[in-house]
Design a protein around this ligand. Structure first.
Ligand code: AMP
Length: 187
């Protein structure tokens, strides 16, 4: 495949974005950017980014856009991203999405796919509570879903209105989802 591939994973917390992003990054050799992972590592290492982000992540709120915009610009400029990338957890607000369009407008020749993994709420809650991450307590899980519906769902409309949104049933076996995504990308 000569053209670089860019995959953008949308979908609520617990929809399987991280799992699918990991599997597809291996099968297509794409640079996997998980903003949540980067933030958790920064918090653990007590970097300036981590110190600014910590309170928001712990409360289940979104970290302010500006911190994410700097972060994503750096990730996309990384030489490992030249052949293609997967964004897992970004964009989460419409202003993050418009910013991303601006920087991607300067990068020519990318086949971009925006994927929304659809999973019913009760299944999401069950999955997140089982996962046991620090921000996966019941109260914070509910807050993260609320934040998703308020601030991230409009991002779906943003891409839908541009005809770029691919909605995929995320309530299936992991392998089945991976296979349908692989087919979509190779089509
Ligand atoms: P995740 O691992 O994707 O569920 O992200 C964990 C937490 O990191 C989120 O609940 C937010 O606090 C923060 N976060 C990750 N990505 C973003 C983003 N694009 N914008 C704002 N906050 C983010």
């Amino acid at each position: 495949m000569s053209q670089a591939i860019g995959l953008i994973f949308l979908g609520p917390p617990g929809s399987g974005k991280g799992t699918q992003a990991q599997l597809l990054s291996e099968s297509f050799e794409l640079f996997h950017v998980s903003t949540g992972e980067i933030l958790r590592a920064a918090i653990q290492q007590k970097t300036p980014l981590g110190e600014k982000a910590q309170g928001y992540v712990e409360r289940g709120e979104l970290v302010p856009d500006q911190l994410l915009l700097d972060l994503i610009s750096q990730c996309l400029a990384d030489p490992s991203a030249a052949k293609g990338w997967i964004l897992d957890g970004f964009p989460r607000t419409v202003s993050q999405a418009t910013f991303l369009d601006e920087i991607l407008g300067q990068l020519k020749g990318i086949s971009q796919y925006v994927i929304n993994l659809e999973v019913p709420d009760p299944v999401l809650i069950e999955r997140l509570l089982k996962r046991g991450r620090q921000d996966d307590s019941e109260e914070i899980v509910r807050r993260r879903l609320e934040v998703y519906y308020q601030q991230t769902e409009p991002v779906l409309d943003y891409y839908r209105s541009k005809g770029q949104l691919h909605s995929v049933d995320g309530h299936r076996q992991t392998e089945e989802i991976t296979t349908s995504l692989q087919k979509m990308i190779q089509a």
